[in-house]
Design a protein. Structure first.
Lengths: 112, 114
């Protein structure tokens, strides 16, 4: 998966608890993205980063925050998980001089 | 809101037949990309077509783009069982930091029957 890993791969958590998902890349790419995938909605962008400490909101950013303190790591945090955040979360990276994105294997999150 | 709308939502064909999937979008774009997703896996980039291109080939894949109709099609020729997957179109538009985003369609689920 193009030098990109996600952890954990599966997580079950309770409503109201904080959750952090990690995306790690070995490619040294500047651009990193977090998406969620839900049936009937395709992939929707949550947040993205264009460098260390440089992030911006995507289409569905409410309830999520991100941090990028190192080039290789992009963290997605659900401050207080809700059942509507049950989803599969994908991280992606993009080389600077290209348009295509490379995806990680995904994290399946269930909020009970 | 989704930029791309894909049609059909599901397609089932016999091995060896050709599969055609369509994508429509709403606003001007810089490029359009197609991705494949096997069950339980991440998306894999297949092909990119720029707004000034009309057709592009890659192996058994043929992509067309009609900017006047704001639509694209993906043709997979001589389908194989391994082509069974979901296929997504994604559009990239604009300039600056906003241009670094892709907007994905809802996907077409393709099943190749042996």
């Amino acid at each position: 998966d193009a030098g990109i890993t996600q952890s954990p791969r599966h997580k079950v958590t309770e409503t109201g608890t904080p959750v952090t998902l990690r995306c790690h890349q070995t490619e040294n790419h500047r651009y990193m993205y977090w998406y969620r995938q839900d049936p009937g909605h395709g992939l929707r962008l949550i947040h993205y980063s264009y460098g260390v400490k440089d992030t911006d909101k995507g289409e569905v950013s409410d309830g999520y925050s991100v941090s990028r303190s190192k080039t290789e790591d992009f963290l997605l945090t659900l401050e207080s998980a809700t059942s509507s955040q049950t989803s599969v979360y994908f991280c992606a990276i993009r080389p600077d001089r290209a348009y295509e994105q490379y995806f990680g294997p995904g994290t399946r999150l269930t909020v009970t | 809101s989704q930029q791309g709308e894909e049609d059909p939502q599901a397609l089932s064909i016999q091995e060896g037949e050709n599969a055609t999937m369509n994508c429509s979008y709403k606003t001007s774009i810089n490029n359009l990309q197609w991705y494949r997703q096997n069950s339980g896996r991440g998306l894999v980039h297949l092909i990119l077509i720029r707004s000034n291109e009309r057709e592009k080939h890659s192996g058994r894949l043929r992509v067309t783009l009609d900017t006047s109709k704001k639509s694209s099609s993906l043709l997979i020729t001589a389908s194989r069982a391994a082509d069974t997957a979901s296929y997504f179109c994604a559009t990239q538009k604009g300039s600056g930091q906003g241009a670094q985003k892709l907007v994905f369609g809802q996907g077409t689920r393709l099943t190749i029957n042996p």
